[in-house]
Design a binder for this molecule. Structure first.
Ligand code: M6R
Length: 611
């Protein structure tokens, strides 16, 4: 949440910062701003998307070799010019950008107000900045020392970057709970929330850890802890190509990412699934197989779409491994007093690996003795690091705010893990095991087949684009896909949509059904098929419109539904990997038909690094 970027070196900072902001815009786009340090400190900021900031800066003197920028997802204070970052300290000497939340900012603000400080924004960021200035003046110390003292009082999460008018050759940054990557170039450094603004300049990066400070000059990077001890920066090579973060000829990242799924699922299975040998090779699973097979219970902890992947996994793990599974919203789990014991295995599922609620939930579970297994997309992210072990989903950078390819990669990883545990535990027989390996192996090609129906789904989207509400229904493995379909529709098209277990419909939601309500049934051929056909009839009897996701060749539902979305037939355990594809395409095309910004839906941000 919020994207931050900075540069120090011999090049012009502004073009680098601006390009970086455009790459990071998926993290928040309420307002943006830049600070440039040349002979003086110049700060420009604007409500709205980065393009609006760019337009407003045409003709300005933007020359500087040190600069930073911020694209905001509002937490404290409405989206506006005055709440946009960077903020400037009361004495005008410091500028700061911040990603995160300072939880005790009210108390700090009161203290500063008593001392006569005036605030020009509603943000917690401005409070922290003036708190730093105040410490600097009171202790007559440098910025680095003042920052260290300030951070010891701060409660909350942050990545902050500071520019100091009096030290134009230095950038100071600090991290706790939000991501920060430093790109190490030749005589230059780049800072960003993720590697996307950095990769075209250098592949050598340092991931800053919590409670670390970075003091950066063009040709020097010093890392310290809050105790002022120097640390050795661990330089890693980025395994990321520029093409992976560009649209590659598609109109939108969301569409590109939907169409990438045959390849991303293939990448996820590659080197792990070997049908001929009948093996699944996953180092993180193999090393901890004892812990996983002897788990008393498994808890899937996640948010949003990743939570839906956890729900599918619940069905899969219980069926194959015969281990009780619970699925928890990280935000609820962390605040209750959940019973977590040794012998519990927590699966933390996250695309970004930076979701604040998921991080805190697993930290708490870890304290109580649970074993944490991360299923994460972003390599080196916080959840990957907090987990005892894990498996990456290898879906590549997901830039569209709506999660698509990360979800199917999560499903593929979770199904492989369940199969591996089941095989080791002896809860699956050879024939079913081999059959499911083969079914998984065929998924990339079947997803490609499902995508070939895109034009048909576009036609359906145009037919229903003006609906006020949608109801999504599914049973068994497809129930979480109904939830996911509804979530996609809400976030991309701003249409109210509800997902429900199809059989629960009779306990309330059926009252909503009339001729104007499109009801989407996720009804591929599975052991619930006859039951869901009855549910479809119940809707048709009440004049509801039925859109059904069906397996190829399903004449029965074809004859009943108003519109059908076809996917290839597959074993019900892997079918969610297919039935979600029309759900993604439907929401995308409705969003496009309504002329909405599908890559950056209103009010959302890609990575929710605040509670
Ligand atoms: O990065 P994570 O997987 O932890 O993110 C979880 C949710 O914030 C995310 O899935 C969100 O719901 C997406 N906008 C869904 O498309």
């Amino acid at each position: 949440m919020c994207g931050i970027v900075a540069y120090i070196g011999p090049r012009e900072a502004y073009p680098i910062v601006l390009k970086g902001l455009k790459r990071l815009e998926y993290r928040g786009y309420d307002s943006s701003g830049v600070a440039l340090l040349n002979k003086g400190l110049k700060v420009y900021k604007k409500k709205g998307k980065v393009a609006e900031l760019e337009d407003s800066l045409i003709g300005k003197d933007l020359h500087a070799n040190t600069g930073m920028g911020h694209t905001r997802w509002a937490t404290h204070g409405e989206p506006s010019d005055r709440n946009a970052h960077p903020h400037t300290s009361a004495n005008g000497k410091l500028a700061m950008i911040h990603n995160g939340i300072i939880e005790n900012y009210t108390q700090l603000k009161q203290e500063l107000t008593k001392k006569g400080y005036k605030f020009h924004s509603d943000t917690d960021t401005e409070v922290l900045l003036n708190f730093i200035q105040d410490i600097q003046e009171h202790n007559e110390c440098g910025l680095e020392e003042a920052l260290r003292i300030a951070l010891k009082r701060v409660v909350g999460a942050y990545v902050i970057i500071l520019l100091d008018h009096d030290n134009p050759d230095t950038i100071i940054a600090a991290r706790k709970g939000s991501p920060l990557v430093i790109g190490v170039g030749k005589g230059e450094h780049f800072l960003a929330s993720d590697a996307s603004p950095i990769i075209e300049y250098t592949k050598e990066v340092v991931y800053v850890n919590d409670y670390e400070l970075a003091i950066i000059k063009a040709d020097e990077l010093v890392l310290k802890n809050l105790g002022n001890e120097k640390l050795t920066p661990f330089i890693q090579k980025l395994d990321l190509e520029l093409a992976a973060i560009e649209k590659g000829g598609y109109d939108h990242f969301m569409l590109k990412e939907i169409f990438e799924q045959p390849a991303t699922i293939f990448d996820c299975l590659r080197g792990r699934l070997d049908v001929a040998a009948g093996t699944i090779t996953m180092a993180g699973v193999q090393k901890n197989i004892e812990k996983l097979t002897s788990a008393n219970r498994i808890v899937m902890v996640a948010c949003g779409t990743s939570w839906h992947a956890g729900l599918v996994a619940e069905y899969v793990f219980e069926e194959l491994c015969r281990i009780p599974v619970e699925v928890e919203y990280a935000s609820e789990f962390r605040y209750r007093n959940p019973v977590v014991r040794e012998g519990d295995v927590i699966f933390a599922i996250s695309q970004s690996g930076e979701t604040a609620d998921t991080i805190v939930a697993i930290e708490k579970a870890k304290e109580n003795g649970a074993f944490i297994f991360g299923v994460v997309n972003v390599v080196g992210s916080s959840i990957a690091r907090v987990s005892h072990a894990g498996a990456y989903t290898h879906a590549g950078p997901e830039i569209g705010v709506a999660s698509t390819k990360a979800f199917t990669a999560q499903l593929a990883v979770l199904i492989m893990i369940a199969l591996k545990i089941a095989w080791e535990k002896g809860t699956i027989d050879q024939q079913r095991y081999n059959h499911l390996l083969q079914e998984l192996h065929e998924i990339p090609e079947k997803v490609a087949e499902a995508l070939r129906h895109d034009d048909e789904i576009k036609r359906i989207a145009n037919k229903y684009k003006d609906a006020q509400d949608f109801l999504y229904l599914g049973r068994g493995y497809n129930f979480p896909i109904a939830l996911e379909g509804a979530l996609k529709m809400k976030e991309i098209s701003y249409i109210h949509a509800e997902g429900y277990p199809a059989a629960e419909m009779k306990h309330g939601p059926i009252a909503l059904v009339d001729k104007d309500l499109p009801v989407v049934f996720v009804a591929t051929k599975d052991s619930y098929h006859e039951k869901i056909i009855s549910n479809i009839q119940e809707i048709k009897a009440r004049k509801g419109m039925v859109l059904a996701v069906i397996s190829e060749g399903d004449e029965t539902i074809t004859g009943m539904a108003d519109d059908i979305m076809i996917v290839p037939e597959a074993d019900e355990l892997v079918a969610p990997l297919l039935s979600v594809i029309p759900m993604q395409l439907l929401s995308y095309h409705v969003g496009i038909a309504k002329n909405l910004d599908v890559d950056k839906p209103r009010n959302l941000a890609k990575s929710v690094t605040v509670e």
